[in-house]
Design a protein. Structure first.
Length: 122
């Protein structure tokens, strides 16, 4: 099972038509059809009922489509996490101060840091 196959499953469930799903995935209809048949064979379950006019998702297929959506959503978060790792100053920084300087100079210092680095908040 590959992420590409999961994308095909989600596209076919959304479009309910092999030709349109193939277009959305930028592949030919036979490529999409073969990949989905291979996945159904691998899983040992029929995901879609194929009729002349439409494609219907089976009961078990509905569960698998939902899981595939969740997997693809999680995979989409990986580049964001990687970008965050490149910025050495990204993340939370918690500072503490004694009560006598907290209300005065510490607050001023925090505001100047936040204005120097726009994503910061105080």
């Amino acid at each position: 099972m590959t992420l590409t196959e999961l994308r095909y499953v989600v596209a076919l469930a959304r479009e309910r038509h092999f030709g349109r799903a193939a277009q959305k995935c930028f592949v030919t209809q036979p490529t999409l059809s073969l990949a989905l048949a291979k996945l159904e064979d691998e899983l040992g379950v029929k995901l879609f009922e194929r009729n002349k006019n439409e494609v219907l998702v089976t009961a078990r297929g509905t569960q698998i489509v939902e899981q595939a959506r969740r997997v693809l959503d999680e995979v989409a978060k990986i580049p964001h996490l990687a970008r965050g790792g490149r910025d050495q100053l990204a993340g939370a920084l918690r500072l503490g101060a004694i009560p006598t300087i907290g209300p005065t100079s510490f607050r001023t210092w925090c505001r100047s840091c936040a204005s120097a680095r726009p994503p910061c908040r105080s």
